[in-house]
Design a protein around this ligand. Structure first.
Ligand code: GLY
Length: 314
């Protein structure tokens, strides 16, 4: 089977000055995952490698450089899901893990449960031999400055703008037909401590089913949860758009080359827009590895491989 990989660095109003950094980060993440897939490596290793690159890059809202909570801490969420078994490893409200996706994988592989949060998740991390870092090590200078401005202005919307969402994700299919999807985030700027968004929730920020495809979402978590966006997208892959007479056509512009993957992505984002009036985006691979993506934000950073070439867009 031909391997395939797609990554994203968040759908939001990415300002011009951040475009190059977001594109470069997505390209490096794609290269990290692709080098594994082209050496017959596993889709699980590929999504982990791609997401680690994005978590380590402060251009994105995940791992180091995540947005701060109202109290001035970083709290991260992440998930990885196996499309063959439908099993996931999910973690939330982490303050001391530099790469939350690593811990999500340990939950997937070594834990009887599928989701661990906060202190319990960090205790499991230590038991698994993962390093716990001082919480301040996850705070980037730019995020601390943004948080100080937010706090000093009593959280005026102006300070959150242009700075809202940079959740990251990856979906990979390997040469053995294994499909994995992963998502990682620091959540929303100045969220309440303990707030958990869509990203680590199965079916909301991430879903993988080898029978249909894998999905990673980005956007406003409280809206994405309402429409269970990743599973909704997977359902469109299972029953392609246009085959259900009860569905109204998408409100998003038609893709230049309509295919099942693109149509499913577009239709799902259209459901998000119509039912919640919110913005966001998603990436996907269908079960054969065909990539698709859609967003109703001004921009989304993404990258995928087509005919062996890297396509990087925003
Ligand atoms: N989509 C990221 C969040 O709302 O937490």
């Amino acid at each position: 089977m031909k391997p395939s990989l797609i990554v994203h660095g968040g759908a939001w109003d990415i300002p011009d000055e951040a475009v190059d950094a977001c594109k470069a980060g997505c390209e490096r993440a794609l290269a990290a995952g692709w080098s594994i897939l082209t050496q017959s490596g596993s889709a699980l290793d590929a999504v982990q490698a791609a997401v680690i690159v994005l978590e380590d890059d402060p251009a994105f809202d995940a791992g180091f450089g995540s947005h701060l909570t109202l109290d001035g801490h970083v709290e991260c969420d992440a998930i990885v899901m196996d499309g063959t078994t439908l099993r996931a490893g999910s973690v939330a409200a982490l303050r001391r893990i530099r790469n939350p996706i690593r811990l999500a994988r340990h939950v997937l592989e070594n834990c009887p449960h599928m989701m661990l949060v906060a202190d319990g998740a960090e205790r499991f991390a230590a038991d698994q031999g993962l390093e716990l870092c001082p919480p301040d090590n996850l705070i980037a200078d730019a995020e601390r400055d943004a948080w100080l401005k937010c706090r000093n202005s009593k959280h005026a919307a102006a300070h959150h703008r242009g700075h809202e969402q940079g959740t990251v994700g990856a979906v990979a299919l390997d040469s053995h037909g294994r499909l994995f999807a992963a998502t990682s985030t620091g959540g929303t700027c100045c969220k309440l401590p303990g707030r958990v968004g869509d990203s680590p929730l199965i079916g909301c920020g991430c879903y993988a089913d080898a029978e249909v495809g894998g999905v990673s979402c980005t956007g406003y978590g409280e809206a994405i949860m309402k429409v269970v966006l990743a599973k909704t997208t997977a359902d469109f892959l299972r029953r392609p758009v246009g085959t259900d007479p009860n569905l109204s056509p998408s409100i998003l512009p038609k893709p230049a080359t309509p295919d099942v993957a693109s149509l499913a992505a577009r239709e799902a984002v259209s459901v998000l827009a119509k039912r919640t009036h919110a913005t966001g985006g998603l990436i996907l691979l269908d079960r054969k590895g065909n990539p698709g993506f859609a967003f109703n934000t001004p921009r989304m950073a993404y990258a995928y491989v087509a005919d062996g070439k890297f396509i990087v867009g925003i």
